[in-house]
Design a protein around this ligand. Sequence first.
Ligand SMILES: [Zn+2]
Length: 306
Amino acid sequence: MKKQVIVGIDIGGTNLKIGIFSLEGDLLKTWKTSSKPLQNPQNIQNTLLNELNRFEEFTNIKAIGIGVPGLVRSDGVVVESPNFPEWHEINFNEILKNSLNVPVCIENDANLFTIGEGFIGSAKDCKNFVGITLGTGVGGGIVLNGKIYRGNKGMAGEIGHIVIHPSGPQCSCGKKGCLEAYSSATAIEKMMEQQTKLILNAEDISGLALKGDKIAQKIFEKAGYHLGIGIATIVNLLDIEMIVIGGGISKAWQLLERGISKGFSEHTFKTHLEKVEIKKSLLEDNAGIFGGFFIAKEAISNFEVS
Ligand SMILES: [Zn+2]
């Protein structure tokens, strides 16, 4: 008999990442491919099924957990996604039901990252913490009393749009001075262009900073500093145990760290400064698929109990 597995899928604006797990949570296989074909909602079913069929030995799937960059309603329908403008009210459960007939759970990608880190990453055993993802934008997930806090309309955790300066730089949301306008890859790239006229991606800019480029170093420090101010706002509001930071930009941790500490210490209480941990993601690129495993596993347990 084929081994039973749980699948975690992390759909990003660029990559589609898939993880195959044993029922106990061991990551057996992971791979990634382009998420471009998913732009057209008509292609979602075939693209996902083709990927899952690539590894025949894993075809005995028990449940699937999927992370998407967008607004996910409490019934699992993806209302909209800034990375996939053609998506409107996408129901992955409906799309995959006929061909797979297993529980399919959907979660916002930043929430899934946060769940993954809480399950087996940096925030393991934490009951109250916040996850922040630094990528093209800045995302966030809030865990209170061991559960993701979704808010009234499922929109909680938009940490990227905490206002740092009301008259600050333009943000992707149309407003001004949001955290995302200071600490995202897009913001780092813009700062570099403004100061040097060079058009580089954030990874190249971090490479320059690591080689000692003073301008690039200052830009990362500034991104970290404003992130520290945003973190102080979150901690002052929620009195949590820990902040976990992931996403592509977090790989430049050594460039951000000093700025984060400075921004945080200047804007929070002494007791938080002593007690609250600010950690880098442990699972890095795999946090989303581990989160996917966790929500899928939970769905099976609920199913079996009821
Ligand atoms: Zn904004």
